[in-house]
Design a protein around this ligand. Structure first.
Ligand code: NAP
Length: 376
């Protein structure tokens, strides 16, 4: 493989049609990334069709299972999913391909040979990986990445003794079909009571009865499995059989790996809950500080981590205007607010954070890792 620095590196993109991949392409266009690389688009189902025009005309889609074509790339970026990674990555490595593999899927995340990338938080871990010859760069779980984008400064300053995080996760984390179904469920709920809603004199308990009946009878649930609109689901991802969901296990396991603390991990734990938001994950945290600190000092430490962090004053107007999924969606902002000490003492901190799980939670760390690899 030719080193990617120097001439424009050949970058293969797989999974660009999916939800994470589409956001990645959108961000790469916005940041002018395609001018720095020689892109080649692959698909596992559409090979031979026109590839998207990203500035140099329409090429043709390559076959995502064509090992030789993939191996001609200096860098491969996959947003295709874990099954694809599990099938193709070992074959490429066994065939001697030593290019860089950037991946949104979780399949390789906890491998010793892989670094979980979130450069505003762990550039030091990425640099150590580069120096050690690492070739596998994996995006973190969306909830964990967003949590560390919000509170990574406190970890970096050595202030966190332990942390709980209670999540309010958006439908997009489950997939595109779940986002569609959430809206369809909202429509069914509204339709069930529309006639009564139009009448200002109708009784609220009659409206509620109609909505309750819709939960039982009319809601489409093929993708989500349960009504989510007007409800919530306090279990995200697989049951690990020990009281934990897999999503909850990731907070401590991935969080400490991202921070480079796996040898001496900080306890990070909590419950993960799906709510009816579209694409922003929210989290309420409790942090046990290693030493008491003023709120001003803590806010400065948090805000100093990266330029996307927005501290929202702990006041009603600012909170309701700026610290919601509706306010943050589609932006790179990491909003952090409701910051105050708890009644337990000045070494206990609570806060609430909101971030777009398709941007910093998925596509943006991958895009930035590509930039790091091509040295721009
Ligand atoms: P997705 O939307 O299901 O897309 C995956 C692939 O499905 C596409 O690349 C495309 O591949 C194929 N596909 C089939 N029909 C399609 C259609 N009508 N429209 C678009 N694509 C279609 O997957 P995703 O949610 O982006 O997730 C990709 C990976 O990222 C997964 O491993 C996931 O766990 C991980 N991840 C997801 C999130 C998240 O929030 N969703 C966050 C972080 C990481 P072909 O072109 O080959 O047909």
């Amino acid at each position: 493989m030719g080193e990617p620095a120097g001439a424009r590196p050949k970058v293969g993109l797989i999974g660009w049609r999916g939800m994470v991949g589409a956001v990645l392409i959108e961000r790469m266009r916005a940041e002018g990334d395609f001018a720095l690389i020689e892109p080649e688009f692959f698909s596992t189902t559409q090979a031979g069709r026109p590839a998207p025009d990203v500035g140099s005309g329409h090429g043709t889609l390559g076959n995502g299972y064509d090992l030789e074509a993939l191996a001609r790339c200096d860098i491969l970026v996959s947003c295709q999913g874990g099954d694809y990674t599990g099938k193709m990555h070992p074959q490429l490595r066994a065939a001697g391909w030593d290019g860089h593999w950037i991946d949104a899927a979780s399949a390789l995340r906890m491998n010793d040979a892989a670094v979980i990338v979130l450069d505003p938080v762990n550039r030091h871990v990425i640099d150590a990986g580069l120096a050690a010859g690492c070739r596998d760069w994996i995006g973190g779980n969306c909830t964990v990445s967003l949590m560390l984008m919000a509170f990574g400064g406190l970890f970096r300053a050595g202030l966190v003794e332990w942390m709980t995080t209670m999540t309010y996760q958006a439908a997009s984390g489950a997939g595109a079909q779940q986002m569609r179904e959430l809206l369809a469920q909202m429509g069914v709920l509204h339709a069930s009571a529309r006639g009564l809603l139009d009448d200002p004199a109708s009784a609220i308990l009659d409206i509620d009865r109609r909505a309750r009946a819709a939960f039982d009878d009319a809601m489409p649930t093929a993708a989500i499995g349960q009504p989510l609109a007007g409800s919530l689901l306090p279990w995200v991802d697989r049951d690990l059989g020990n009281g934990y969901s897999r999503e909850e296990w990731k907070a401590g396991a991935e969080g400490n790996k991202i921070l480079g603390l796996s040898g001496d991990p900080v306890p990070i734990d909590g419950l993960c809950v799906r709510v009816g938001a579209m694409r922003c994950h929210s989290q309420a945290v409790t942090i046990k500080l290693r030493r008491p600190a003023t709120l001003t000092a803590l806010e400065q430490v948090m805000a100093g981590l990266h330029p996307w962090l927005r501290i929202i004053p702990n006041e009603v107007e600012a909170t309701l205007a700026c610290l919601t999924p509706a306010a943050v969606t589609g932006t790179l902002d990491i909003a952090v607010g409701r910051i105050r000490h708890l009644a337990m003492g000045e070494d206990y901190l609570t806060a609430f954070t909101v971030g777009d799980q398709l941007l910093w939670g998925a596509a943006e760390p991958l895009r930035r890792m590509l930039r790091i690899l091509i040295g721009r």
